[in-house]
Design a protein around this ligand. Structure first.
Ligand SMILES: [Zn+2]
Length: 107
């Protein structure tokens, strides 16, 4: 007698929306993408993808930061974190066609 009775858990209709771990929402408005990988539709290849993100800081930003640091050590050190956070931007890229979808600037 190796019969195993499997009791299915009770299902409540329409309960899926209340579960905490649902699939992430697809964001179709590219302006509203968060600064993290996000599901969206690629404007280039029209596929639904999860974006790849990478941060970029322009070389001008670094120059400004270094110059500021050289001018006054105390003031410069205080300004560097502010400077970096202010000018760092997040880029969203399509993993399929490598198109740069959008760039979020923290300005
Ligand atoms: Zn694409």
């Amino acid at each position: 007698s190796n019969i195993v009775y499997v009791v299915a858990p009770p299902t409540i209709p329409g309960d899926h929306a209340l579960l905490p771990f649902t699939a992430p929402e697809v964001v179709l408005e590219l302006d509203k993408l968060p600064a993290a990988p996000c599901r969206t539709q690629c404007p280039e290849c029209r596929q639904f993808i999860t974006t790849e993100t990478f941060s970029s800081v322009s070389s001008v930003t670094w120059l400004v930061c270094i110059m500021t640091a050289l001018v006054g050590c105390v003031a410069g050190c205080c300004l560097i974190p502010f400077c970096m956070d202010r000018f760092k931007s997040t880029n969203h890229r399509c993993p399929k066609c490598r198109t740069l979808i959008t760039t979020i600037k923290k300005l």
